[in-house]
Every structure is written in C-alpha cells, then in structure tokens.
Design a protein around this ligand. Structure first.
Ligand SMILES: Nc1ncnc2c1ncn2[C@@H]1O[C@H](COP(=O)(O)OP(=O)(O)OP(=O)(O)O)[C@@H](O)[C@H]1O
Ligand SMILES: [Mg+2]
Length: 509
C-alpha cells in the first residue's frame, strides 16, 4: 500500500546569488521519521519552509495526501495539518504559555450567555491533555520570558499539536538542548510516531538520526544527493556522503606547551538580573598555549562567567586579571583592545548585527582602527577586502558574498562568521562559548582544528561547551561547574568522561 503523505517534486528555489534548492524531489510516508541532513547552507530550512508555506517554490510541485497544493502561507499549511518548530523560536515573550499556544486559534465562548470571550479554561484543558499524553510538561501560566529554552520548545511543540498537526517539522530542535533534554525530546518524537504522526527532523547530529529516524535525505549545496535507509547506513557513511570527503571524528593535538599566565579569575562573584548568585567565588587560571575547557549542564553559571570575563556584565566581587593587569572595571572595548576575543552563546542577540551586511559584521570589533578607519573616516574598501579574505579562509557560505545581509544567512554560516571575526583578532585570550552549536560535522572539524591551532600559536583558550565529547576531545585542563561553583579543576588526561559527567550532575563534590 502506498502511504505517501508528502511529496515534493522537482522543487527549485532561488535567492539572490544562490540556488537554495535545485530540483529536489522527496516523498515521505505517513508515520515515518524522516531526517534531513546536509552542510550549513545546503538548503534544509528553505526546503521545509516551503512545505510550511513561508516561501513558495520557483519551480516544482507539492502534493499532500495525494493532492496537489499551493501552500501560500503558514496558516494554509496549518489547515493541511502541517506544523513547524523553527531553528530560531517564534514565541511572544510577554505572553503566557497558554496565550502563545492558542494565539490565532482562540476558542470563543460567551460570558453570561452573550458576551464574546476567549475560552481560556477550555483551551487549558485541551493543553493539559496534550501535555499529559506526550510528556510535554509546561506551566501554562508562566510568561515565555521567564522560561528556559527547553520549555520554550515544548511550547512550540504543544502549539503544533494544539492545531492538530499531523506532519510535524522540527528544524534543528536539539541544537539548543542539553544531552538529557535531547533524550527526552527523542522520546517525545517516538511517541508522536506511535500516535501515527509523520515527523520530519532536520539535524546535524548523526547519532540522533541513528536513534530515531527511518530514512535520511542528504542535501548538498541545494541538491539532493540521495535518500538512505538509516538502519543499514553507518554514521560514517552518512558523514562522508554529506561532506563529500572522509571526515575525522577525533581531534589531533600534540601535548600542550604552556606559557605565561594570561587569564586569572580570582574569587569571582556574579549575580544574575534578579540578584541571584550565578557565579559563586570562582577562581582559576588559563595560560598561553592552554585550552581550559569548562564542562557543565546548561544554566550552572557558565554563560554568566564568560559574560563577566568579556565585560558584558559586571563582577559583584572578586577580580579578573589579563596578563597580570586588573581588568575587572574595564569596558568590553578596553578588554578587546588588550586582547580578548569572545564567541558568545547567543549569536543573534549578542554576536551579530543582523541588518548589517557580512563585511560590516566581520569588522565589528575593529572597524574604528586602521585599516578600516583613517582619522575617523571609514574605508569601505578595507571592509570589503577583509570580508572577502575571511569568507574564503573560513568557508562562510552566503548568497551575495560580502554584501549579503547577515539575517538571510543560514544559521550555521552566521556562526562561522562570528568565529572568523573573533579568531582573526588574534587575541591572547579567546573565549569560545558553544562554538560548534548548529554547525555541520565538516565545519565542526574545521573549527576544532582552528581552536587547536590558536592554542599552538600561544594563545590562551577558554572553551565552554555543553558537549562532553567536545570538552574531552579538546581540553588540556578541565573545569566543571555546578550550581555556580567550580567543582573540579584537573588536567584533562586525569579525568574520564564518566567522572566529568558525575561532577556535572553534582553527584561528586
Ligand atoms: N531569506 C533569504 N534570503 C536570501 N538568501 C537566503 C534566504 N534564506 C536562505 N537563504 C540562502 O539559501 C541557502 C540555504 O539556506 P538554508 O537556511 O536553507 O540552509 P540550511 O541547510 O538550513 O543551513 P544551516 O544548517 O546552517 O541551518 C543559503 O545560502 C542561504 O544564505
Ligand atoms: Mg537551517
């Protein structure tokens, strides 16, 4: 029996300077988990955005349940029972969980028998039933701005289910989650399949595909390379097909040659906006030529620690020294000028100016200096030359080269742009927070090589990551944070992944 629910036939989509999808044909069966894999900028989000009605294809046809359709808007996609959780969430910050879920689909009732009103009670019951059925726990009365990313994601999923989606598209849902949350989400996805739903999963993580998907489509520079049966294809095969070359999963690095002390954090205390201690009297040092990696479950003070060292938020106690100089009271720019590079966790809010073009974003940290600025006058040509060089050196892919507006770039390529800019500063201290989040495996391999190269060039590296593999693979020294405290500091070779995991969970003190 043919149970095809989605068919995309010969889909082509062009953006200025780039063919995002080039004659792509896929067909998806009802009740399967269908993964889509491909390098950053390969066209995954674009393909699925067309299925969800955010763009229309330039050529090709979409068939849903055996009928040809023109999906001209997300609301029409919703009518066809198609839902999507986007790579960058789309919720209203100052609305509650319930309000976000029912937004646009408010069930009406009558107060006192005649006054029209939103039936909040009724929708709350429906939401509660859905939460229970799929294990999607949320507090319906909390405002979105007060909940963490994994809750936000649950809200997005509930929103789809509330609209009775049967075809559920997830665009890199696990990029922002911790390993425990990922396990949880994969279980939810399995439950959705059990309930007969069709799931399309875009991800860069081959292990996840192995764990849940039935088939996997691989895209490369807009073209479909092939569709593979997951059970009979190894992760290595998938990786090689996708990147078009042999990919190495391990990092080659020589023993470290530590030099002078570059960063010294002494008894640092940082409070979050509510006055709660986020970083509690943390002390450590990082030397030239050393990768000091901080492991920890998300939300244990790592982000605040990095922000405080970079100067984005103030220290409430303790001191930060850079090459022996007390920089605790200095501004971000003063620290940058003394040699601090920072790849922040939030690439869209802190890392980039989305409405600027790529050349401008690549010079954000030094536009006020030579060669970009002569006596207060900006030199556009210098921006362009610098931009072109970085695009080539870091393989940043975009439609229109240096003049691409950064907002239109794929998520992974936005991240590569930040890394290029910050590494190029050649700072003595480089702070990398989640540097490979959302990157494809080929790009991850390159970034890891660059981090090691920067260490070998004598720079001090502070790496903060939620990926234990990344920590174990790169670290010379490992620090583990739990509940705002630095629970353990030790040479990397003296700790196993399991031991680090135990400190991360607070089991070991
Ligand atoms: N709105 C847009 N305007 C112009 N170009 C766009 C737009 N959206 C996507 N593109 C371009 O289309 C190409 C495919 O982008 P897409 O976001 O689909 O990639 P992706 O496979 O999802 O990558 P990633 O893994 O980094 O998220 C990229 O070159 C991107 O710059
Ligand atoms: Mg994408």
């Amino acid at each position: 029996m043919d149970d095809t629910i989605v068919e995309m036939r010969h889909i082509t989509k062009r953006f200025p300077g780039v063919v995002a999808n080039d004659d792509v044909s896929i067909s998806i069966q009802k009740g399967e988990i269908y993964a889509i894999l491909g390098e950053n900028g390969a066209g995954k989000s674009t393909l699925m955005s067309m299925l969800f009605g955010m763009y229309e294809p330039d050529e090709g046809e979409i068939w849903i349940r055996g009928k040809k359709v023109n999906i001209t808007s997300p609301s029409y996609a919703t009518k066809l029972n198609i839902g999507m959780v986007h790579q960058h969430f789309k919720l209203v910050e100052n609305y509650t969980v319930t309000e976000n879920i029912i937004l646009g689909q408010e069930p009406m009732t009558r107060h006192l028998g005649f006054l029209p009103a939103v039936d909040v009670k009724g929708s709350e019951q429906k939401i509660a039933a859905l939460s229970k059925r799929y294990g999607l726990e949320v507090d319906p009365h909390k405002k979105i701005e007060d909940v963490n990313v994994s809750t936000r994601q649950r809200v997005e999923i509930l929103k789809m289910l509330y609209r009775e989606a049967e075809i559920l598209i997830f665009d890199e849902p696990t990029a922002v989650l911790t390993p425990q949350e990922i396990e949880f989400l994969l279980n939810i996805i399995r439950e959705l399949r059990k309930a007969g739903k069709t799931v399309i999963l875009i991800t860069h993580k081959l292990e996840e595909i192995k764990q849940v998907a039935d088939r996997c489509a691989i895209l490369c520079r807009g073209k479909l390379i092939g569709v593979y049966d997951v059970a009979s294809t190894s992760t290595r095969e998938m990786a090689n097909r996708m990147v078009g070359r042999e990919v190495s999963f391990t990092v080659d690095k020589a023993a470290m040659q530590p030099g002078a002390e570059v960063l010294k954090v002494d008894d640092l205390l940082v409070r979050d906006p509510d006055g709660v201690q986020a970083v509690k009297n943390v002390s450590f040092t990082v030397h030239a030529g050393e990768i000091f990696a901080i492991a920890g479950v998300s939300g244990n003070g790592q982000t605040e620690l990095a922000d405080a060292i970079a100067g984005l938020i103030p220290a409430c106690g303790g001191k930060i020294f850079l090459n022996g100089e007390d920089v605790t009271a200095l501004s971000v720019r003063e620290r940058t000028l003394r040699g601090v590079s920072y790849i922040p966790e939030d690439r869209q809010d802190v890392g980039l100016v989305l409405d600027f073009d790529l050349a401008e974003n690549l010079a954000l940290k030094d536009y006020f200096k030579e060669p970009f600025c002569h006596k207060g006058v900006l030199d556009r040509r210098a921006f362009d030359e610098h931009g072109k060089k970085l695009i080539a050196d870091y393989d940043i892919r975009s439609g229109q080269g240096i003049s691409t507006q950064v907002r239109s770039m794929s998520g992974g390529n936005q991240q590569k742009a930040i890394i290029a800019r910050e590494v190029e500063l050649e700072s003595g201290l480089m702070i990398f927070v989640q540097p490979t989040r959302g990157l494809d495996i080929g790009a991850i391999e390159n970034i890891h090589k660059q981090i090691v190269a920067q260490r070998d060039a004598g720079n001090a590296i502070l790496l903060i990551s939620l990926e234990l593999d990344e920590i174990i693979g790169l670290a010379d020294t490992i620090g583990v944070m739990f509940s705002g405290e630095m629970r353990k500091i030790a040479p990397a070779e003296t700790l196993t992944a399991n031991q680090v995991g135990e400190y991360m969970m607070g089991v070991k003190a």
